[in-house]
Design a binder for this molecule. Structure first.
Ligand code: AMP
Length: 537
């Protein structure tokens, strides 16, 4: 049929221009390394973002080129979030919590051309600089110290030159962002976000029955901007002209509470570990400056326990539980109370609120068992499979993982879930054996492989054990070679140089054998059962 609607691309360039047109006076506040607060308006944000886009083009950025960031959450990172994709590039956020050699592997796999790095993170960069070859390294002088040393570009110098960038209108299907996940097995996998996916994700996740973000909100992404685009909140907030508040490197509970109170934050997002810390601090010291009543705490990345949701209610703070993954941009389901449940007593609603939520529009879910799709009865678990316009269709430059997608085009999440008759998804388990500590993955396989290298170790399995603060922590179960002795301390020292500190198992248990399946695979399920009553001291 002829004569329908305009072809109007869904791109981040529109959101940036909208920010200038409509929201020039909205504010952006960042906590700097010395705890001082940096503040400016969307007007300056817009000017500096264009200047950065132009500077990147001057130093040679072409369409599709990757620009890596190694940065905390703050205004300059937000500038990169928009400048890179609007200049035609792809913003690749590097996870600064990974082991330096893993960061190097990821930067090399992505073929990143440029790096933007916070001055306070240069010592981390120095640890892997001889393993990478960025053409330019741009340093943000966050701590207000000396200008960048020889060999580095100074971020502030670059944005001081106010040349207009050549904003070739990107196509909505162009790549805009890139984020690696440690996923199920060994090697990290890259997920490429298109402009279109980021825009649709912003629209859907801002809906009232999702994160309910609006112009009147003050939004604080505590979740790192290197963790799936801080769940899209920087894009969503800019789209709506909300006030943005960034915590910089200060993620401890006291600093966060202080920031929320000072800046009157109405919506913050982070992993349950962050909220567990905030809760503890609130419970310890009641006479503190009040937080905004009704403030929403978006919790995702791992399950938000029901007792936590209850406890925050007592402080007038509302936990909003959501589920997502790197492959899903990330928000897929968000918890809200549906109208047919609204009459229920608040007590009866807690188990509902602890579920991972209802799928967003255009995000489809199903739970699949060996016998086909599970009924939506809230009782039959199956593998959660999803599809939608912000779900990855493949990994970046990695053919080996094709079986992550079903032949009929759904993503296998690796999570086990039930779906109830109202459409609430509840994650009951994980098929994969990874450990999630404080929202960050720890690969059991990598640890096992390393342990197996110790001369006194016959075999080792690493499993996740629930932990009050971190969600999960690794326990290493080790079989010693006959006639060999090895202590916990020795094994720990053996692993130390190979892994980031938070990866190291908190404890080692010595056993005679590890249960195996008929095909010789370790039966982690059985092992987890064996250590079900394990308690961290
Ligand atoms: P990532 O790609 O690192 O964000 O990890 C995604 C995985 O985190 C999911 O597949 C789940 O296993 C887990 N996850 C995310 N959100 C939740 C949640 N609300 N409850 C339980 N697990 C979650």
């Amino acid at each position: 049929m002829q004569g329908t609607m305009m072809r109007f691309p869904l791109t981040l360039a529109h959101l940036l221009e909208r920010a200038r047109r409509l929201y020039a006076r909205s504010e952006i506040v960042s906590r700097l390394p010395d705890q001082a607060l940096h503040r400016y308006t969307y007007r300056e944000f817009h000017e500096r973002t264009l200047a950065l886009a132009s500077a990147l083009q001057r130093i040679g950025l072409s369409r599709g080129d990757r620009v890596a960031t190694l940065m905390w959450n703050h205004h300059a990172h937000l500038e990169a979030y928009f400048a890179v994709p609007c200049a035609g590039g792809v913003l690749h956020t590097l996870n600064l919590r990974l082991h330096p050699s893993d960061i190097a592997y990821i930067a090399n796999h992505a073929r990143d051309r440029f790096l933007i790095v916070d001055d306070v993170l240069l010592p981390l960069y120095e640890q892997f600089r001889d393993q990478v070859s960025f053409e330019r390294v741009i340093v943000t002088p966050l701590s207000g110290g000396e200008p960048a040393a020889a060999g580095y570009d100074d971020y502030e110098n670059l944005v001081a030159a106010r040349n207009a960038p050549i904003l070739r209108d990107p196509d909505e299907n162009d790549a805009a962002g890139l984020c690696y996940t440690s996923g199920t097995t060994g090697r990290p996998k890259g997920v490429v976000y298109s402009h279109r996916a980021l825009v649709l994700h912003s629209l859907a996740s801002a809906l009232p029955d999702a994160l309910a973000v609006s112009n009147g909100d003050t939004v604080c992404p505590v979740v790192p901007m290197f963790h799936v685009n801080a769940w899209g909140l920087p894009f969503t907030a800019v789209m709506l002209g909300a006030k943005l508040v960034f915590p910089g490197p200060h993620l401890d509970a006291e600093s966060l509470i202080d920031l929320f109170a000072r800046e009157r934050v109405t919506l913050a997002a982070g992993v349950p570990t962050i909220w567990a810390g905030v809760l503890q601090a609130l419970e310890k010291k009641r006479g503190r400056r009040a937080l905004v009543q009704g403030m929403r705490l978006v919790a995702g990345g791992a399950a938000a326990p029901e007792p936590m949701i209850r406890a925050f209610d007592k402080f007038g703070l509302r936990v909003v539980h959501g589920w997502g993954m790197t492959e899903t941009t990330p928000v897929g389901t968000v918890n809200f109370i549906r109208r047919e449940l609204a009459r229920l007593d608040p007590e009866e609603l807690y188990p509902v609120r602890a579920k991972q939520g209802v799928p967003l529009p255009f995000f489809e879910v199903r739970a699949v068992t060996d016998a086909g799709e599970a009924p939506w009865d809230g009782a039959t678990p199956g593998e959660l499979q999803v599809r939608g316009p912000w779900v990855a269709a493949s990994y970046h430059d990695l053919a080996a993982e094709r079986d992550k997608w079903t032949p009929d085009g759904w993503l296998r999440t690796g999570d086990v879930a039930t779906i109830d008759s109202h459409g609430y998804v509840k994650i009951t388990d994980r098929i994969k054996d990874l450990i999630k500590s404080g929202g960050e993955w720890i690969s059991s396989l990598d640890l096992e492989n390393a342990l197996a290298g110790h001369p006194a170790v016959q075999e080792a399995a690493v499993i996740a054990i629930p932990h009050v603060t971190w969600g999960e922590r690794p326990l290493a179960v080790v079989v010693r070679k006959p006639g060999h002795a090895v202590s916990t301390e020795e094994l720990r020292r053996y692993l130390e140089p190979k892994f980031a500190k938070f990866w190291l198992p908190d404890a080692f248990a010595f056993v005679d054998e590890i249960p195996r399946t008929s095909t010789g695979k370790m039966m982690k399920v059985k092992l987890r059962e064996q250590f079900r009553d394990w308690r961290w001291d």
